[in-house]
Design a protein around this ligand. Structure first.
Ligand code: PMP
Length: 307
């Protein structure tokens, strides 16, 4: 084994094995066509956040794709908890994991290869969060570029399902990064309304009220849902709406939400700087409430990695 090999373990079709032993046949449909679904929660100081909600969303994605993973949601939660526990000792006080579940439809068997297993391939994994790489975003804010490629229309493939096929988002992100390699993409939907980023939801703040695109057009993020709930608790008006580039251009604040980022302020969109301090007052209030919800000062955790 290479000295550089990690020692994490993952669940693979019924067994917990070293990560390097999780190897899929080349005819797996997840590899061939992106015919698979996944979900990811994160830990805060080692504790998983809303694991059950992520697994529920995962099973909705699987139902949409008509894939039966052969495990119940409760079993998937238990397996996820076990994988986390088996990898927990590699965490340090300044690191955390993504905790992810992936299921592909399995291998397209010709019939004579002798595969041991051709049903769905089930993987549960821990991935260290890129806290260092993203720390700067909490100091400087995110620069958003809106790429020409539009978000896949729900009539074609619902953005509400978290499938392995990220090509629409990947191509759009490459377009944004070709303009500014540090930028994050936020796609418009086919109607020209703001949709979402490659792995994050967008919120704008105007006159103290918070607005986010309708769930039909985007992945309904668990962090997005948490922010909507926090707005309710804090008495901040929060709505879903059709938002366009005019709304972004005239926003007081913009922030992005995702499992890894939680809430992260946006500095600019399309080269236009947002007014006011960073984070703005509403983003800051929601960020502080989010930190209380997860019982972890996630901003401080990110910023520690700047040193
Ligand atoms: N949109 C897309 C396309 C995503 O992949 C993600 C990340 N899962 C999100 C939004 C944010 O969702 P969450 O808050 O559940 O991480």
């Amino acid at each position: 084994m290479s000295d550089r090999a990690n020692h994490r373990v993952a669940y693979f079709n019924g067994n917990i094995v070293p990560e390097r032993e999780v190897v899929l046949p080349f005819r797996d449909r997840g590899f061939k066509y992106g015919d698979a679904a996944f979900d990811m929660t994160r830990t805060f100081e080692g504790r998983p956040f809303k694991l059950k909600e992520h697994v529920e969303r995962f099973y909705r994605s699987l139902r949409y794709l008509r894939i039966d993973p052969g495990l119940s949601p409760a079993e998937m939660v238990a397996v996820s908890e076990e994988v986390l526990e088996r990898n927990a000792h590699f965490l340090t006080p300044d690191t955390d994991y993504w905790l992810g579940q992936r299921v592909s439809r399995g291998v397209d068997a010709v019939g004579d290869e002798g595969w041991d297993h051709t049903g769905p391939n089930v993987i549960v994994e821990c991935v260290p969060l890129p806290l260092k790489a993203r720390a700067r975003l909490f100091r400087d804010g995110i620069d958003i570029i809106v790429p020409p490629t539009r978000r896949t229309a729900p009539e074609a493939l619902s953005p509400r399902a978290k499938t392995h096929n990220y090509l629409n988002l990947i191509l759009a992100d490459l377009e944004a990064k070709a303009q500014d390699k540090e930028a994050w993409s936020v796609l418009l939907d086919a109607q020209g309304h703001l949709a979402e980023g490659i792995g994050s939801n967008i919120f704008i703040v105007r006159d103290g009220a918070v607005v986010t695109p309708h769930a039909r057009w985007v992945l309904p993020g668990i962090s997005r849902e948490s922010v909507i709930e926090l707005c309710g608790e804090l008495g901040i008006a929060c709505d879903e709406a059709d938002l366009d580039l005019y709304d972004a251009a005239t926003a007081d604040e913009i922030f992005m939400t995702s499992t890894s980022l939680c809430i992260c302020p946006v500095r600019s969109i399309g080269g236009r700087m947002l007014p006011g301090p960073l984070p703005g007052p509403v983003t800051r209030r929601l960020g502080e409430a989010y930190a209380r919800l997860v019982d972890c000062d996630f901003v401080a955790q990110y910023l520690k990695h700047l040193a």
